[in-house]
Design a protein. Structure first.
Length: 509
């Protein structure tokens, strides 16, 4: 008898239910057995951490969705030490410079690197890698081309552009200082950094300082960072949630429409920039000198990196400025000392420039302490140990393990810093009371071949903007912002308005 001659009987609804139930039960039992093995018998069992986090990614998902994971991570490291197992396949580090070097640093020839954890870094909308998502060969090529735009000589040429926007910010704040109106200084910091980066990237203003409000595109960026943090955590729980994410979230018309609108805003401006030659230099001038093809960026790479610059080069700088300003206002002795240094150094606003502000030693200490106590990216930037494993802080980590240095936990560890929760700029000036502080554990711009390419630009902006504000104005923190630092975080801080009262600077005769 042939197979196709056998009688075929369809399953009844009750039989389908029993088969489906059996499959679901088998999947649940398999998942539980796998979770139990990974938690208590697997290669990461020696690393300390909460048992529930060793069993499942759900605790990580829950705390991330509520915006509490970074604050909880600080507590976990306080309880369990410098290395904590925060998920079945993830280790969080809060040690010193060695952890940074071992996880993110340059590799010896032939030594495998810790690759980026791709679920954390979403591909650009056009599916063409930017600097942040590219593999090592593509990243090296792109970085070699783009790095010329962030060299000191190039940034010096861009100084007039920066000062033009900072002057505009100063003018807008002067108008507010003539009234009794309270202002959200965070909004002015954001408007300034976005207008600067819009001009640097597209040679076109976003018009945010003119309007004193966030554009709809910038609002979408903030919403996208928060939503993306939650969604990628859900996606990473297991294969089922990953399938649900791809099937129902990424393909939903509403989600797709938002992605298209956000991308088109940037892509249209890139197209206009590439078709014109602006009168004043911008970041793209040096990049375009390389042309296209193997010696330059492709058109798609121009689009992807422009979108990246608009996110990475704006919000984080404004975050550091707002956090540092808040801690200065909460510690008037430090505000007074910094203000005196600035006003003694500059008789007029016209004397403030890139070179002159770099000579202010106390300013540098204040900004360094701002980066420590309020890092713009408080979380960890995850890497994946190579197939054959890696040695991290003198301990073997199995291949495929997600690893990273958690910035907030590192910087608020009493093992690394005395008075770790306090704002103390003197720790950066050789104060003997803080001689045991591990200052080299502060790497807000990361380290190694993938560290922040825009670090020098960020430093110039932070110095120039803060000096301009404190040179021209006296600031008073409003009562509603006294607890401003109590914030949730979704990769970056979910910041509340920083309400201050501005008045023209009172200068001593």
């Amino acid at each position: 008898m042939l197979v196709h001659d056998l009688p075929v009987r369809s399953l009844s609804p009750s039989e389908i239910a029993r088969v489906s139930g059996s499959c679901i039960l088998l999947y649940i039992l398999f998942s539980l057995a796998t979770a139990f093995y990974n938690a208590f018998l697997g290669p990461l069992r020696k690393y300390p951490g909460p048992p529930l986090r060793a069993l499942s990614k759900l605790p990580l998902l829950w705390s991330t969705a509520r915006g509490n994971e970074d604050r909880e991570r600080v507590q976990l490291h306080q309880k369990y030490g410098p290395v904590v197992r925060v998920a079945p396949n993830q280790l969080s580090y809060a040690g010193g410079a060695q952890a940074w070097k071992d996880i993110y640093g340059h590799r010896k020839h032939g030594q495998a690197s810790n690759n980026k954890f791709l679920q954390f870094y979403a591909k650009p909308f056009n599916e063409i890698d930017s600097l942040i998502t590219a593999d090592d060969p593509s990243h090296s090529r792109q970085r070699r081309i783009v790095s010329h735009s962030f060299a000191d000589r190039t940034l010096k040429d861009l100084e007039p552009l920066l000062m033009r926007w900072i002057t505009k910010m100063r003018g807008k704040l002067e108008e507010k200082s003539q009234t009794t109106e309270q202002i959200d200084l965070l909004k002015y910091y954001n408007c300034t950094t976005f207008d600067i980066m819009g001009d640097l990237t597209f040679s076109a203003s976003l018009g945010m300082l003119d309007n004193g409000e966030y554009s709809s595109w910038v609002k979408a960026i903030f919403e996208g960072i928060k939503g993306g943090t939650i969604l990628r955590t859900i996606r990473d729980v297991n294969s089922v949630t990953n399938w649900i994410f791809a099937k129902f979230v990424m393909s939903s018309p509403k989600f797709a429409k938002k992605r298209v609108e956000h991308w088109n805003y940037s892509a249209e401006r890139v197209a206009r920039r590439l078709e014109t030659t602006p009168d004043t230099p911008d970041l793209w001038a040096k990049i375009l000198e390389k042309g296209s093809g193997p010696n330059g960026l492709s058109y798609g790479e121009h689009e992807s990196n422009a979108s990246l610059f608009m996110i990475a080069g704006t919000e984080t700088t404004a975050t550091l400025l707002s956090g540092t300003t808040y801690y200065l206002l909460r510690n008037p002795q430090y505000l007074e000392k910094l203000t005196r240094e600035i006003r003694d150094a500059f008789g007029s606003f016209e004397e403030i420039n890139m070179e002159s502000v770099q000579r202010l030693k106390y300013l540098h200490a204040v900004l360094q302490e701002g980066l420590r106590v309020y890092p713009p990216v408080p979380t960890l930037l995850p890497r994946v140990a190579p197939k054959n494993g890696a040695i991290i802080c003198d301990e073997f980590v199995p291949g495929g393990t997600v690893i990273g240095v958690h910035q907030l936990a590192t910087y608020r560890s009493e093992a690394n810093f005395k008075d770790s929760l306090e704002f103390r700029p003197e720790r950066w000036l050789g104060d003997p009371a803080y001689r045991n502080d591990r200052l080299d554990s502060v790497e807000a711009f990361s380290v190694g071949p993938r560290n922040c390419l825009g670090k020098n630009l960020a430093w110039h902006e932070m110095r120039l903007i803060l000096v301009t504000v404190l040179h021209a104005f006296d600031l008073k923190l409003c009562a509603e912002s006294e607890q401003w630092r109590d914030q949730r975080s979704y990769t970056i801080w979910e910041k509340k308005p920083l309400m201050v009262q501005l008045s023209p600077a009172k200068r001593e005769n």
